[in-house]
Design a protein around this ligand. Structure first.
Ligand code: PAF
Length: 275
């Protein structure tokens, strides 16, 4: 993969890279389509990264429909699909890990200790193997975008991180490979998550700037979902991930909710389209 990527770069082609764990949906399609528009070459990786799953998470169960994903990426015009075996990314002698620092200890990181160390370690390795000029990430995983941007800034990587808008079902549910785990009742209830975020965005638009108000309104809506367990509901500043005294345009309301055993995350950028 690296030899091919270097050859493309030497020929003057810009490479757009879309890292994925497979089980592709229209959200991934939008990343690949944007990469296709903005670069001469597009590389998509499919790698279910064991290092970012906790011991009680769904690494084994994570869907791996490789043939279907391959056909989808072929139709979208990807130039290369990089689908390495686990031992190639983490050979037995593998020792080095990226420490993402304090921004990885809140929100997702608090619920999933070690998750972002696993994400940044594999993302850095994938960047080195695919040599991108631009890399594309979905805004649904907003903390991941913030941490990957930090990685690029702190380590001086010559890569532009492009955050792309969350793609949603017609009823508002953010697309996620994990939506497939929802039973019909949970699936019917799940759009309440995006409705809670929309309501907060609307009330911010009407002048509500108190983070606690947004958090408690969203929390009450999420509590009404049968069988839900709220992990966090927080208005945060996208650079510090701390709750500001007042929400301003660009503050992010982020939520994580479990419906039964399925964990869903979503967010809205208040008063702005994107991060
Ligand atoms: O967002 C994901 O699918 C994963 O976290 C990523 C970026 C592919 C790293 O494994």
């Amino acid at each position: 993969m690296q030899e091919q990527a270097i050859a493309w770069r030497q020929a003057g082609d810009a490479i757009g890279f879309v890292p994925t764990m497979g089980a592709l949906h229209a959200g991934h399609d939008s990343l690949v389509a944007r990469a296709r528009r903005e670069n001469q070459r597009v590389i998509v990786s499919i790698f279910v990264n064991p290092a970012q799953f906790g011991p009680n998470e769904d690494f084994e169960a994570y869907p791996r429909p490789f043939e279907v994903d391959y056909a989808r990426l072929d139709a979208l015009g990807a130039d290369a699909i990089f689908h390495p075996p686990v031992e190639q990314i983490y050979p037995p002698a593998f020792k080095t890990h990226v420490d993402p620092g304090p921004l990885a200890e809140v929100l997702e990181g608090k619920s999933r200790p070690g998750h972002f160390a696993g994400v940044l370690t594999v993302v850095l390795k994938l960047f080195n193997l695919t040599q991108p000029k631009r890399a594309y990430f979905g805004q649904k995983d907003f903390q991941q975008v913030i941490l990957v941007r930090q990685l690029v800034r702190d380590l001086g990587l010559p890569i532009r991180i492009v955050a792309c808008p969350t793609v949603r079902e017609p009823d508002g549910l953010a697309l996620s490979s994990r939506n497939a785990y929802l039973d019909p009742a949970q699936r019917a209830a799940a759009p309440a998550i995006s409705r809670a975020l929309d309501a907060a965005a609307l009330s911010f638009g009407k002048g509500q700037a108190h983070p606690a108000e947004h958090e408690s309104t969203a929390r009450s809506a999420l509590e009404k979902i049968p069988g839900s367990t709220i992990e966090y509901v927080a208005v945060v500043d996208p650079t510090t991930l701390r709750t500001p005294a007042r929400a301003i345009a660009g503050s992010v309301l982020a939520v994580a909710v479990k419906l039964g055993s399925t964990r869903l995350i979503d967010n809205v950028v208040l008063g702005a389209e994107r991060l």
